[in-house]
Design a binder for this molecule. Structure first.
Ligand code: GLN
Length: 201
């Protein structure tokens, strides 16, 4: 059984729980840092990144979350969750958790188009993935080690760096669970690799 958590400080938590549900996944709503120890993977939901960061600090999640990701455990951030993961945020020099070699711009899709829905081709996932954008960030730059998975209007909106997956949109607000299934597969593979290295050492 895989254990995958959804960071439940703020944002669209329940929707991720619903999308992650599958026979070999036990989904945990994460509110305390001790819960991180038992997890094989973690989702940072969408919401409001400044508020989420404030709560990360308030409940002393900052270092445990960095430790979790730096230990190689898979993390999936959507929208505000992506902003938490980025190394650089335009206009906020300090950034947040700085897990992933990407630069982001918040609320980047313009006022008239604050929210919209579309379908996207996402490499390795599918060519008609349903995507909801709500005051979404874009990825303005991705490091050499980052695999760009999807673009919308010439802008990067989904990317993967090894065990880290991030997208600008909200797959959890659709009935299309393929982004989550892709993440669950990342978690499965990471757990198998960790088990193999235990056997061989
Ligand atoms: N604009 C929000 C932020 O900067 C993110 C929006 C979202 O998660 N839907 O945090």
């Amino acid at each position: 059984m895989l254990k995958i958590g959804v960071l439940a400080l703020q944002g669209a938590v329940r929707e991720h729980v619903r999308c992650l549900a599958s026979p070999d996944v036990e989904v945990k709503v994460v509110k305390r840092i001790e819960q991180l120890d038992e997890l094989d993977g973690l989702v940072f939901p969408g919401g409001e990144s400044t508020t989420m960061r404030r709560l990360v600090d308030k409940y002393e999640f900052f270092e445990p979350l960095q430790y979790f990701a730096n230990a190689g455990k898979p993390v999936f951030g959507t929208c505000a969750g992506l902003i938490l993961m980025a190394d650089n945020i335009k206009g906020s020099p300090e950034g947040h958790l700085r897990l992933m070699d990407i630069d982001v711009e918040r609320n980047a899709f313009g006022r008239q188009r604050e929210s919209f829905e579309t379908t996207l081709e996402v490499k390795g996932v599918g060519d008609d993935i349903e995507a909801v954008f709500i005051r979404a960030p874009l990825i303005s730059n991705a490091g050499n080690d980052v695999d760009v998975l999807s673009e919308y209007d010439g802008e990067i909106v989904a990317a993967r760096q090894h065990h880290l997956l991030a997208c600008s949109f909200h797959p959890e607000l659709t009935n299309d669970a393929r982004m989550h299934q892709y993440f669950v597969q990342m978690v499965r593979e990471s757990k198998e690799t960790a088990a193999d290295s235990l056997v061989t050492t």
